[in-house]
Design a protein around this ligand. Structure first.
Ligand code: ADP
Ligand code: MG
Length: 477
């Protein structure tokens, strides 16, 4: 084994990032942050790979719960990897691996990375280094307005975000951006933060997710430092909270956030939220908070059209300094429709795979490589699959599951199915209602709320929902 210089290390980092992109599509945000954030490839041979993490608990969890997903994602890019080990390493080692410092790899795979025909330059380590978030603001310089492609799907959100920067705290406050997964909410929100940072040198900006915020608040309450924490927040000029839907049912966080919000709002400080749904559809939040969310500007981001998908791909290629045949790019843009993260993921899979193989891709190769990516959306959006799986799991005929029976076991299964359609597939309440003999959306809402409440206290139910979700997400159909 030899230690490599920085170029091949970039490659391992990029390889892992591509694998993580795939994982991010499969697991929930919360799970992703918990289990995958502090991981890196710390060793790679021709047929094996070691994934490093900094705790034994995470190591075991990855091994037990995610190994099947991980091996699939890895083999999609590197079919020669037969063996994946999980190892505990120091945080320092992970940070080094994540920032392209020393990583170990065999010499034979180095040769294949040289002299690539279809690519004009290697990954630019400078860009990669620059793309880690600033620890003070949590802003990642890779998310800018300059590399945010505007199409009809995000035009309004983009315009509102620009206006918020230009009239900081005065117009569109709060700005509430909502839309499905992987459609650019975080990018746009971070672009607001980065633009504020570059336009106004002294403004204090802070980006956080509602899950991190919840964690910080819980910790501060435990340590008796909640007043200090609130003080820090109240001194900000621009607060960006991502994925605010996760504060549902977090009563203490909601209370503290309400006070932070009021202080900032009254001081004309800018607040931006993102969410996977509009404020009125976030269940389990206090009314006073919901009305704050609704008090400024609410904009949505929907699915990009073909032209926008092409523009995004071309832009990503330019950023990475790659070129691919036009028909290949068109094929990706035509077939990957569900979200932009997946679009980027497909492109990265392709680039990494061919970087490793040292061959320019043909249209046929691309079709083969992207098969998995292309199949996924249909699999992911099939409500029939959810209903079928839940029905099989609880041994309740589909017609009863969809019908009006008040038998306790049927009601429970029905609620679980609705919950999964909502949480995993992000279907709207009325749409879910339509799958269950046209039930009213309030019935669906009530069902979802019930499951959210019960899984907190009922470990068996939580396990059932977990197992079912796992089955559905991993179904080969
Ligand atoms: P979300 O937060 O909505 O789940 P992200 O902001 O994380 O989605 O976007 C997923 C990926 O797609 C990111 O890498 C982001 O840079 C990219 N992306 C999304 N929208 C655009 C866009 N309009 N132009 C360029 N890249 C985009
Ligand atoms: Mg996001």
């Amino acid at each position: 084994m030899v230690k490599l210089a920085s170029m091949s290390c970039d490659n391992l980092k990029e390889l892992w990032n591509t694998i993580l992109d795939t994982m991010a599509l499969t697991v929930s945000n919360a799970n992703f942050n918990t289990w995958f954030k502090n991981t890196a490839i710390v060793e790679k041979t021709e047929s094996s790979m070691s994934i490093g993490t900094n705790s034994n608990f995470t190591k075991e969890w990855l091994q037990k719960k995610y190994h099947t997903f991980i091996i699939q994602a890895v083999n999609n890019i590197c079919p020669e990897i037969k063996d994946i080990k999980y190892v505990v390493v120091s945080t320092n080692t992970i940070q080094k691996a994540q920032s392209n410092a020393q990583v170990i790899q065999t010499a034979s795979s180095v040769a294949t990375m040289k002299d690539l025909k279809f690519k004009r330059a290697t990954f630019n380590p400078e860009t990669l280094l620059k793309s880690s978030p600033d620890p003070k603001t949590n802003l990642n310089p890779k998310y800018q307005f300059e590399n945010f492609i505007v199409g009809s799907h995000n035009e309004l959100a983009h315009a509102a975000a620009c206006a918020a920067v230009e009239n900081l705290g005065a117009k569109y406050n709060p700005l509430f951006i909502y839309g499905g997964v992987g459609l650019g909410k975080t990018h746009l929100m971070q672009a607001v933060g980065n633009a504020v940072a570059s336009h106004f040198k002294n403004k204090k900006i802070y980006y956080t997710s509602s899950e991190t915020l919840t964690g910080d608040i819980v910790k501060a309450i435990r340590n008796g430092t909640i007043a200090d924490l609130k003080d820090i927040y109240k001194k900000l000029d621009c607060l960006l909270i991502d994925d605010i839907q996760f504060i549902s049912n977090k009563d203490k966080t909601q209370e503290e956030l309400f006070h932070i919000f009021n202080a900032l709002y009254e001081g004309n400080k800018q607040i931006v939220f993102t969410s996977d749904r509009p404020p009125k559809s976030i269940i389990g939040i206090e009314e006073r908070l919901r009305s704050r969310f609704e008090g400024g500007m609410i904009v949505d981001i929907s699915l990009p059209d073909y032209e926008t998908r092409m523009a995004i791909l071309l832009n990503k290629l330019r950023e990475k300094n790659y070129s691919l045949p036009q028909e290949v790019i068109e094929y990706i843009a035509l077939n990957i429709k569900s979200n932009i993260r997946e679009l980027e993921g497909s492109l990265n899979t392709l680039l990494i795979k061919y970087q490793l193989k040292n061959q320019a891709p043909t249209l046929d190769d691309v079709k083969k490589i992207l098969e998995d990516h292309i199949k996924k959306p249909t699999k992911m959006i099939s409500s029939g699959l959810v209903i079928k799986t839940v029905s099989g799991f609880y041994n309740i005929p589909e017609v009863d599951l969809k019908g009006d029976s008040r038998r306790q076991d049927i009601i429970k299964a029905r609620q679980v199915a609705m919950y999964i359609l909502r949480e995993v597939m992000k279907c709207s309440y009325p749409v879910i209602g339509s799958y269950f003999d046209n039930k009213d959306h309030t019935t669906v809402m009530h069902s979802c709320e019930k499951i959210i409440k019960n899984i907190k206290t009922n470990a068996n139910l939580a396990q059932e929902v977990y197992t079912l979700t796992d089955k559905i997400v991993n179904s080969p159909f």
